[in-house]
Design a protein around this ligand. Structure first.
Ligand SMILES: [Zn+2]
Ligand SMILES: [Zn+2]
Length: 458
């Protein structure tokens, strides 16, 4: 690190105790998406005490705080995610909820970054402005609860970042970055990699479909019944048969979960709910393959004389991180920990999904990971934070170095990254309009008295 980088890293290190204290507090107060009020209150107070003026979302958790150099230049947004996971069984879970994706550490890191940026001289040599943002609800869980919030008009989108995009929180932002936890501390103790990154990941939509048949006594009058469970089984078989039509390079994933029939063992089941995502590498692939899946579901209902409701919701867009922005971040990480401890793979593609990807459709974004801060596996009951300093303070140091690299020299690097970026959508509005096309609520098969059936699955 050069002298300026050492100064910036030291400004973060000065607040390491605050950061580690916040990490423990947030770990002990986990809440799931759109209910993270404890973290919201705690962080609001801590940011307020640092002198930040907050813009809260209001009816959902989350806020942003701006810090301006007073000189013109792009606005860089730095994100941290508030939500935990409902995976019961973790020894430290609170009401069955725990921070098994390390989002609490992101929040602690952002607090450290916020504290460092308020130090005298922190912004020296930087132009433009910085938006620090706490976003709710990244994990796409508790879909029924989110649907309730949607029906009440509290939210429109299931992902916190998408929701914040729709609320104008990213208007005027030129580029966005975030540091997530990456790989666990290696079992062989080698601890070789500190920062890594991949290039992109799948998008997804959520879907729910309900087969509706007719109940009847399964022994005495099965001829009077329409078996919703058989229709669901046929649908899942048909959808599985479609898998060989999925293109390998589009990484389509379809993983249905049948919620089971709620009826007596001697009755014909008349209702079955199935939930799933459809994932893919492009919005076009998701739309096309989801259409085929809906057609198969509809055909299965028709085959049994059942009816079926289709309910599709936009999930997260496929993400493609900005290579120029990633290269700048990679250089900062290498300056900080040494080239041999940094592994940015510009070819790698993840088949999971995140709402961070929605931002990549409209602005240059960098997401990279800090590795070795925990043991076990993310999202599982053996997850354990073992190096909070790495996970929080080192993450914040990398972030302040990236901000400086972007905004120094009259914000030359940030300006160039923004100028060279080719967005997949011309505006946030255009992106959300395309996202909205995934909303579908359809009774897919109707029958008339003359023996005709009408199907519509889009
Ligand atoms: Zn996660
Ligand atoms: Zn996560």
């Amino acid at each position: 690190m050069n002298e300026r980088q050492q100064t910036l890293a030291a400004l973060v290190e000065k607040h390491a105790e605050t950061v580690l204290e916040a990490e423990r507090w947030l770990w002990a107060h986990p809440q799931t998406g759109f209910t993270e009020w404890q973290a919201h209150e705690y962080l609001s107070k801590r940011f307020g005490a640092l002198g930040y003026c907050l813009t809260p979302a209001g009816n959902i958790p989350g806020f942003y705080a701006d810090i301006d150099t007073g000189r013109p230049g792009p606005k860089v947004c730095v994100l941290a995610e508030l939500d935990a996971l409902d995976i019961p069984g973790h020894p430290e879970a609170v009401d069955g909820i725990a921070h098994l994706c390390g989002h609490h550490a992101q929040c602690a890191a952002l607090l450290g970054l916020a504290a460092a940026l308020k130090e005298p001289d922190a912004l020296e040599g930087m132009d433009g402005s910085i938006r620090l943002m706490l976003v709710p609800s990244e994990e796409l869980v508790q879909v029924s609860f989110r649907e309730e919030l949607r029906e009440k008009g509290t939210i429109r989108y299931f992902g916190g970042k998408t929701e914040f995009m729709s609320r104008g929180f990213f208007d005027g932002v030129g580029l966005t970055m975030m540091v997530h936890q990456g790989e666990p501390f290696p079992a062989d103790g080698s601890d070789r990699i500190v920062f890594d990154a991949w290039r992109g990941c799948n998008g997804c939509i959520t879907k729910k479909f309900v087969f509706k048949g007719k109940t009847a006594h399964a022994g005495a009058q099965p001829h009077d019944g329409i078996n919703a469970q058989y229709a669901a089984m046929l649908a899942l078989q048909a959808c599985n048969d479609l898998r060989e039509t999925f293109m390998d390079h589009e990484h389509v994933r379809w993983h249905p979960v049948a919620r089971g029939a709620d009826c007596a063992a001697n009755n014909i089941p008349d209702r079955i709910l199935v939930e799933s995502y459809v994932r893919g590498k492009t919005i076009e692939a998701i739309r096309r393959e989801n259409g085929k899946i809906n057609r198969a579901i509809t055909g299965a209902a028709l085959a049994l004389g059942a009816r079926v409701e289709l309910h599709d919701r936009p999930g997260y867009a496929p993400g493609e991180l900005d290579a120029n922005f990633l290269k700048l971040a990679e250089q900062c990480c290498a300056d900080m920990v040494g080239r041999d401890k940094v592994l940015f793979n510009y070819e790698s593609w993840g088949s999971g999904s995140t709402d961070f990807s929605d931002l990549t459709c409209v602005m240059p974004c960098a997401l990279f990971n800090v590795d070795g801060g925990y043991s076990g596996r993310a999202h599982t009951v053996n997850y354990k934070v073992i190096n909070p300093h790495r996970l929080c303070a080192d993450s914040a140091k990398a972030q302040i170095l990236v901000l400086d690299a972007l905004l120094k020299d009259s914000a030359a690097a940030a300006t160039k990254i923004v100028a060279d970026f080719e967005p997949r959508f011309p505006s946030i509005k255009a992106f959300l309009e395309a996202d909205d096309e995934f909303f579908l609520d359809r009774e897919a098969v109707t029958y008339d008295d003359d023996g005709h059936a009408t199907v519509c699955y889009w």
